[in-house]
Design a protein around this ligand. Structure first.
Ligand code: PLP
Length: 417
C-alpha cells in the first residue's frame, strides 16, 4: 500500500542547507537560510539566553501544562499586544511548537471551528504557509493576494487592497506578516496597515498574523508589533497571532512559540481555550520545556530583558550594516540591476517619500528579493559557492565584513555575463 505513495520534492530551503554543508570550498557563502548568523557567519547564542542555558543545573524534565508555561504565556501575550489585565480575559493563548506549530495549530483550529471558505496568502510568502493550510484542510481554498511587484521590486499595496476588497467573502482568513515580511523584507506603512484593517473590518475577514520577527526586524519590540496592536485596539475583529521565539531569541532548535486568539469576550475565550486544548492534547500533549523556561526567565527579569533588547539591537544593526555594505559594493562596481530597495537607509526613505509623494518603508529584517534569475542563481552556487533560494531571496545574515566583497564580485560577474 505504501509503495503507491507519490514522491514529494525535497524542501527547497532545507535541501540548500544540506548542499551548503556538503560544499568543501573555503569560499562558500550561505545567503539562503532564515537563521541569524554572527560576524563570522556562525550561529550566535544570545548573551541574554545563554545565561539561562548554563544556570539551570537542577532542572527537571516533567511535563508542562497542556496550555504551556504559564509565565511564558503571560509575558508572550504582553509582548505582542501590550495587554492590560482586563484584556487578558479576552485572548486565548497556548504555547506551540515554535512559529510553525503556531501557524499549524491556528490553521487547524480555524478549519475545525469555522471552516473558512478561503485563506488568502500574500504573493510571495514564507515557503510553508501554503503547505500548512493544505495539510490542515485541503478543502479550504488557498488563494494569493498580490503583495510584491517583482518587476520593480516594490510593494504592491494597490494590488493587495484591490484583491482583498473585491475578491474576499465574510469569514475568509487573511495571512498577514506582522513585520519583516518573508521573503521580501518589505512591510506595509502604518497608513497602509490602517487601510488593510479597514478592509478586514468592512468585509469581516479574519486576520491571521504571523509574527516571526518581533524585535529582530527593527530592534524595537513595540515598533515591530505596531500592526498587530493597531488591529487589536482599533477594530472589533476576532484575530489570530502566531508568535515565534526562534529568531528573536536564537532558539531555533528549542521550538518555542505561541498562538494567540483574540476572542473579544471572556465567554468566547473559554470556548476557544477548550478547543485549543483538545487539539494540542491530541497532537503533542505538551510543548518542549527547556526553551520555554529560558524565554519566560528572560521576559520576566528586568536585567535579562534589558540585555535581550541589546541583543536584538545588535542583530538588527548587523543586518542593516550588511545591507549597506552589499549595496555599496554593487554600486561601486556599477553592477547591472536594481539594488537600492535592499537598504534600510533613511536617505532611500526620503527619496521615496519625495519622489512618490507617499510614505514608504525600506526593507528590514534579514531578507531581500533580488531579480537574479534561476540560471544566475545556479551559476552563483556552482561556480562561486554562493547559495541563495531559487526565488532570488537573499538573507543578509550570511554576509560578513569578510565575505561581502566576494559576494558582490560574484553577483557582478554573473550579471555581466
Ligand atoms: N513564519 C515566518 C514568516 C517565518 O519566516 C518562519 C521561519 O522562517 C516561521 C514562521 C517559522 O518559525 P519557527 O522556526 O519558529 O517555526
Amino acid at each position: 500500500q505504501l509503495a503507491s505513495l507519490s514522491e514529494a520534492p525535497p524542501d527547497a530551503a532545507f535541501a540548500l542547507i544540506d548542499a551548503y554543508k556538503a560544499d568543501r570550498s573555503p569560499l562558500k557563502v550561505d545567503l539562503s537560510p532564515g537563521f541569524y548568523r554572527d560576524e563570522d557567519a556562525r550561529p550566535w547564542i544570545l548573551p541574554s539566553a545563554k545565561q539561562e542555558l548554563l544556570n539551570d543545573p537542577i532542572a527537571d524534565h516533567e511535563h508542562l501544562p497542556i496550555l504551556g508555561h504559564a509565565e511564558l504565556l503571560d509575558s508572550a501575550q504582553r509582548l505582542v499586544f501590550d495587554t492590560t489585565p482586563e484584556d487578558a480575559n479576552t485572548i486565548a493563548s497556548i504555547q506551540t511548537i515554535a512559529g510553525t506549530g503556531a501557524n499549524h495549530l491556528g490553521a487547524l483550529f480555524l478549519a475545525k471551528a469555522i471552516r473558512p471558505r478561503t485563506v488568502w496568502i500574500s504573493d510571495p510568502t514564507w515557503i510553508n504557509h501554503e503547505e500548512i493550510w493544505k495539510l490542515a484542510d485541503p478543502d479550504i481554498e488557498r488563494q494569493k493576494y498580490p503583495y510584491f511587484n517583482k518587476e520593480i521590486l516594490d510593494l504592491d499595496f494597490e494590488g493587495a487592497m484591490s484583491t482583498l476588497s473585491s475578491m474576499t467573502g465574510e469569514g475568509d482568513v487573511v495571512i498577514l506578516h506582522g513585520c519583516a515580511h518573508n521573503p521580501t523584507g518589505r512591510d506595509f506603512t502604518k497608513e497602509q496597515w490602517k487601510a488593510i484593517a479597514g478592509i478586514c473590518e468592512q468585509k469581516r475577514l479574519i486576520p491571521f498574523f504571523d509574527l516571526a520577527y518581533q524585535g529582530f526586524a527593527t530592534g524595537d519590540l513595540d515598533e515591530d508589533a505596531w500592526s498587530i496592536r493597531y488591529f487589536f485596539r482599533n477594530t472589533s475583529l476576532e484575530m489570530l497571532v502566531a508568535q515565534s521565539f526562534s529568531k528573536n531569541f536564537g532558539l531555533y532548535g528549542e521550538r518555542i512559540g505561541g498562538l494567540h486568539v483574540v476572542c473579544r469576550t471572556d465567554d468566547t475565550r473559554t470556548k476557544v481555550v477548550n478547543m485549543l486544548t483538545r487539539l494540542s492534547r491530541a497532537e503533542i500533549t505538551t510543548c518542549p520545556i527547556n526553551g520555554s523556561k529560558i524565554v519566560a526567565k528572560v521576559l520576566g527579569n528586568k536585567e535579562l530583558k534589558a540585555q535581550w533588547q541589546r541583543d536584538l539591537l545588535h542583530m538588527s544593526d548587523r543586518m542593516r550594516t550588511m545591507r549597506q555594505m552589499l549595496v555599496d559594493g554593487l554600486r561601486k562596481r556599477q553592477t547591472p540591476g536594481q539594488w537600492d530597495h535592499i537598504l534600510t537607509d533613511v536617505s532611500y526613505l526620503h527619496f521615496k517619500m519625495h519622489s512618490l509623494g507617499i510614505a514608504n518603508t525600506a526593507e528590514i529584517g534579514m531578507f531581500s528579493m533580488t531579480s537574479l534569475q534561476p540560471n544566475q542563481i545556479r551559476i552563483l552556487r556552482e561556480e562561486y559557492h554562493v547559495y541563495l533560494l531559487p526565488s532570488g531571496r537573499i538573507s543578509m545574515t550570511g554576509l560578513t565584513e569578510h565575505n561581502v566583497e566576494y559576494v558582490t564580485e560574484a553577483f557582478h560577474k554573473v550579471l555581466l555575463d
